[in-house]
Design a protein around this ligand. Sequence first.
Ligand code: 9WN
Length: 439
Amino acid sequence: MILRDAVRVLVSNWDGAHTVPSRRLYPHQWSWDSAFIAIGNARWSPRRARSELLSLFGAQWADGRVPHIVFNPRVSAGSYFPDQGFWQAKAPSGAETSGIVQPPVHALAAWKTHLAEPDTAFLRRIYPRLVAQQEFLRRDRRSPEGLISVVHPWESGMDNSPAWDRPLRAVRTGASGFTRRDLDSVSADERPTDRDYAQYIELATAYRDSGYTDPGAFEVEDPLFNAAYGLAESTLAKIANTLGLDAEPHEREAEAITLAMVEHLFDGGLFQARDVRTGELTDTASAAGLTPLILPGLPADVAEVLIATALDRFQIKDLPLPSYAPDTPEFDPARYWRGPSWINVSWLVWQGLKDRRPDLAATLADSVLSAVVKSGFREYFDPYTLRGHGCRDFSWSAALVLDMVAEHSLHGLKPSGREAGQKVWSIGETHQIGDHALT
Ligand code: 9WN
């Protein structure tokens, strides 16, 4: 039973106050993973969802940044690379962390956690931290065009996307003398290449050596990151309203970033990344370019174009959203962020489709669920064969499936039965597993 299996994954990856993305491959706490995990946990244990977010924000830096990794001191250093010895970074709480960030999807997670079980004390605690997270990005990462940049492919969350191939040409591949640990558990042809890793380490070393202040040779404005930032502002407006605070600055900021994205990044049927160093758009076909659909203020004509691209180039009527368009030479159905379907990006696009095109949202959810039914809670999936790749029992795959199932039951949608004789998901059954019934 898919819901029970999803909860089982989350329970076995729980570390007392947070959840690891994967026991073997990612044995610490990751920033945007925790947000997605909280969204799923909110469906059966809002208490765990609150703990997930509060433990992450407990490692927030004084400048407001939320590090992309919070290291667990009980896990042996060296079980993940690059480890705390590499990053040499500490939060005021004493937690050892990395020094880069990930897409700010946390305000949405906090809000969904509150909706699952209203708790204004939790909102009051987390709101100033969410605001500080956004302020860091405005202060340190905003270009004159009003867009937010990332300074490392790891910050985009879509590490080896073909969208980074061109901007990475400016980065040396000189870093050496390190041992990758990812290949201990996942086959090399499903992961970034050694050349990619040499560049990741080169960039992270330069940023670390600048005291985590100067962007090195890589600085891009990514549509997913900017969409997350904009959605965070709209969500902070809702939180501020609930707390009786001034929501207007958040509303204005959400509007401003949406306009800036449309003006500077929208091109060729989807949103592109922009290389800050050259001013050029990447002219690529990443699914990140569809995620601005989550912005409530996205103009309707722009949303229509994105939906047409999602149907045509990303084939969302038939496939669980590939991470890169299959009609390109770079597309690879098995290698990490170069084509496979990932549940978090599909979930973001699904969120953006729910109100605009509920029929397509249902179809996309159905495809995602079919992949999980066929292959389990894998990290990513071949969009055509639905074969699973990367690690097994991946936390956000489990968490976001719980969320999708719960929402669909609200819409009264029925399982498709696409897998012969097998229920894709069972709406209407309730399972008292955590603090809450599951459906
Ligand atoms: C580097 C944890 C993280 C995700 C990222 C995903 C992958 C790390 C890695 O795993 O990145 O941060 O070692 O490859 O690309 O999105 O947050 O699940």
